[in-house]
Design a protein around this ligand. Structure first.
Ligand code: SF4
Ligand code: SF4
Length: 151
């Protein structure tokens, strides 16, 4: 049985998200702290043929910081949005006092899902349709794969 708290307003199932309670943030934070402690940035910035493969270290640092900071310990519903940030879909549902978009009759034409589409495709709207038909628990048991590359 899938709990309502795990199902976001947009129809995604939060525990399927790559950021949810992930392990990489812990590893990234540990590596970031270690590299800072030994001032690896100074080593990388120093122009020398030896170690030239580290010339893009600053870019790597920014990605490492993003990895360290994108852990989501709460679901959308219990943590107030993705990584604690509400989106327009969530705000729309709350303003209309909807439990989720499955209470809405304008899902097909709704244009608020565009930011989910590159990675999730039609999954959120497909899940919403399944919830409309069978309710949250049964509908989410038949949910789509989270990411388009998981098909
Ligand atoms: S913040 Fe928006 S996109 Fe993220 S899970 Fe909640 S409703 Fe979906
Ligand atoms: S208009 Fe309907 S489908 Fe679109 S975000 Fe609001 S509740 Fe969801």
């Amino acid at each position: 049985m899938k709990s309502k708290n795990d199902t976001a307003y947009c129809g995604i199932y939060c525990p399927d998200c790559i950021h949810y309670k992930n392990k990489y943030s812990v590893y990234a934070k540990s590596l970031k702290d270690h590299l800072e402690a030994i001032a690896f940035d100074k080593y990388a910035k120093n122009k020398s043929p030896f170690g030239a493969q580290f010339k893009n270290f600053e870019e790597f640092e920014s990605v490492l910081t993003a990895l360290a900071e994108t852990k989501c310990n709460h679901t959308c519903r219990t943590g107030n949005g993705c990584s604690g940030v509400p989106c327009k879909i969530m705000e729309c549902c709350i303003s209309k006092n909807y439990e989720g978009c499955w209470d809405c009759s304008e899902v097909d034409e709704c244009d608020k899902f565009y930011f989910l589409e590159p990675r999730c495709g039609e999954m959120p709207k497909n899940n919403i349709k399944k919830i409309k038909k069978d309710g949250i628990d049964k509908g989410m048991e038949k949910r789509d794969n989270f990411y388009v590359w998981q098909k």
